[in-house]
Write a protein that binds this ligand. Structure first.
Ligand code: ADP
Ligand code: MG
Length: 568
């Protein structure tokens, strides 16, 4: 057999471990939540794998998690008989951080000014397995992948390296043993070998886990002359699926911990959404809006959203058939009663019931955000700041809900430099005689505000939406209007700002001006030649002498730049 090998952690992993060892995260108890969460995932994966692969040689008779503590040795072990890991898995998953956005995260962490700022960042990032090093100065992991003959033993003190070696008689699944830091065992508050402490943490963070979490309780002291009793095994968690319980029975905190388990987030959700359908086609959904955008929201390999369960059995992560792309940040669970346990992603895409669930989820999410706008403006502002850019993609993709998406969108505007406005508010402020919703796209707020196009609108007191996201360029062309009012760019075509009487008066004046400037205009037209389509007098400018205007159907400068960058 291969001897013990010593390998180095990938550099990002090493930096993250340093952070954990020097424990800048204050709530140390969360390490157990992470280990239990991983064990639960491993059991889900094994059950699923055994459904799919009938030839898999694995024991699925009594899937469970065990927590064992040894006060004398100062160790704590979390064991599962789930899918386990191969040697390559261990090197790839435990020695490396594959999470996208890690480099960004570490760079931001370096800039973080104080402990509070770092904590907040860690809370956003989540550290999973490495949380073990908040309480342990050495971690041993023994694992055997279901179906393989040989196991692996991994050990590290969290410094630069870890060792890895084959083991002959490892049981199926994974056991993680923490060698607890001496200082924690002295403080009763952090004595993680105490059954009372373990019970308390599991109840608090992992009660809803659908697998039994067993602990060996202390046996009662034996009476004189009697054999000591066998220690009793207790199941610590209630295993109740949160989505199947009525919301009056579930506390905010339980929802919050469940959210952290499904999303791998360390922070509380912004909003919890429940949905239940009874009758011929029964399902339950428990969804969450996170309080911050994940690092990979706009990266290609982004993952994880809504999980699919069938009759309490986990079927898949990241079920893309249940939510559209533009709501990819929504997390949670859908449990459908009438699907087959071996549905595949391909089948789901065609499934009519899934399509119905999806339509209902989308409407529910949009209506939840809408009521948030009136009931809790701060919460809505957070939501929009974090996810608005993704939601706006729906204006292009989801024709059916376009109006509802516009309804929950907000945009920076000339009305208030600090606070974005909803379209509803814009429409309510529209001036007498104003027919359109005016906007201007550009690279930044100041570019838009200093644009000569703005002058006439400012003079008239008309509000203009300041659209600076690249996606804005695309949807304003695709979406005709809001509440019967057209979107009108102030930088394109002829914008008519005057009322009818004003128009007659100016018409006469303009004809005269047109004659006066005839010579200049045609001279400019010939001198500029191919560079312009036409040179004309404008009524828009109040202080600038001239400006460049796009034709109604021309691309805006920003879009032109985008297309050019894409090589078109
Ligand atoms: P995350 O759970 O967010 O993926 P972790 O750091 O908690 O991140 O775990 C990293 C990976 O290691 C997991 O995705 C999983 O593949 C693997 N892993 C961790 N613990 C176990 C376990 N008990 N059984 C099987 N695989 C595990
Ligand atoms: Mg994890």
């Amino acid at each position: 057999t291969t001897p013990i090998e010593t390998l180095e952690f990938q550099s990002e992993a090493r930096q993250l471990l340093q952070l954990m060892i020097h424990s800048i995260y204050s709530n140390k108890d969360t390490f157990l939540r992470e280990l239990v969460s991983n064990a639960s995932d491993a059991l889900d994966k094994l059950r699923l794998e055994s459904y799919r692969d009938k030839d898999l040689v694995a024991d699925t008779a009594d899937l469970h998690i065990t927590i064992e503590s040894d006060p004398a040795e100062r160790t704590l072990t979390v064991r599962d008989n789930g899918i386990g890991m191969t040697r390559d898995d261990v090197v790839g998953l435990i020695g490396t951080i594959a999470k996208s956005g890690t480099a960004d995260f570490l760079a931001k962490l370096k800039e973080a000014k104080d402990a509070a700022a770092s904590q907040d960042l860690i809370g956003q990032f989540g550290v999973g397995f490495y949380a073990s090093f908040m309480v342990a100065d050495k971690v041993t992991l023994v694992t055997r992948h279901a179906g393989s003959a040989e196991g692996v033993r991994w050990e590290s003190e969290g410094e630069g390296t870890y060792t890895i070696e084959p083991v002959e008689d490892a049981p199926q699944g994974t056991a993680v043993t923490l060698h607890l830091k001496p200082e924690d065992t002295e403080d009763a508050l952090y004595d993680y070998t105490s059954p009372a402490k373990i019970r308390e943490i599991v109840k608090k963070y992992s009660d809803f886990i659908t697998w039994p979490i067993r602990m060996t309780a202390e046996a009662a002291p034996a009476a004189e002359g009697e054999e000591p009793a066998e220690p009793a095994v207790e199941t610590v968690n209630s295993m109740k699926a949160l989505w199947a319980r009525s919301s009056s029975e579930v506390t905010e905190e339980e929802y919050s911990e469940f959210y952290k388990h499904v999303s791998h987030d360390w922070q509380d959700p912004l909003e919890t959404i429940r949905l239940q359908a009874e009758g011929t086609f029964e399902y339950q959904a428990l969804l969450f809006l996170p309080s911050h955008a994940p690092m990979d929201l706009f990266l290609r390999e982004r993952k994880r959203g809504v999980q699919l369960y069938v009759k309490r059995v986990f079927i898949m992560d990241d079920c893309e058939s249940l939510v559209p792309e533009y709501l990819r940040f929504v997390k949670g669970v859908v449990d459908a009663q009438d699907l087959s346990l071996n549905v595949s992603r391909e089948i789901l895409q065609q499934d009519r019931q899934i399509q119905l669930i999806r339509r209902r989820l989308v409407k529910k999410v949009l209506s939840t955000v809408k009521s948030m706008m009136s009931s809790d403006a701060d919460k809505y502002a957070t939501f929009w700041r974090e996810f608005g850019r993704a939601v706006k993609e729906g204006l292009l993709d989801d024709f059916e809900n376009r109006e509802a998406i516009l309804e929950i969108s907000s945009f920076p505007s000339t009305h208030d430099a600090e606070k974005p406005t909803s379209l509803r508010e814009y429409v309510e402020r529209m001036k007498e005689g104003q027919e359109h919703v005016y906007y201007m796209t550009g690279e930044s707020r100041s570019a838009v505000e200093n644009s000569p196009h703005m002058e006439a609108f400012r003079a008239k007191g008309y509000e203009v939406l300041v659209l600076t996201d690249p996606i804005d360029e695309m949807w304003v062309d695709a979406v005709p209007g809001f509440d019967g009012k057209q979107f009108q760019s102030i930088a394109k075509g002829q914008v008519d700002l005057d009322s009818d009487e004003d128009k007659k008066a100016t018409e006469v004046a303009r004809e005269q001006q047109q004659k006066d400037f005839e010579g200049l205009l045609s001279w400019m037209g010939t001198s500029l030649g191919e560079d312009v389509k036409e040179v004309r007098l404008s009524s828009r400018l109040t202080t600038s002498p001239a400006c460049i205007v796009g034709d109604t159907h021309d691309l805006t400068p920003t879009l032109e730049k985008m297309y050019r960058a894409m090589g078109q």
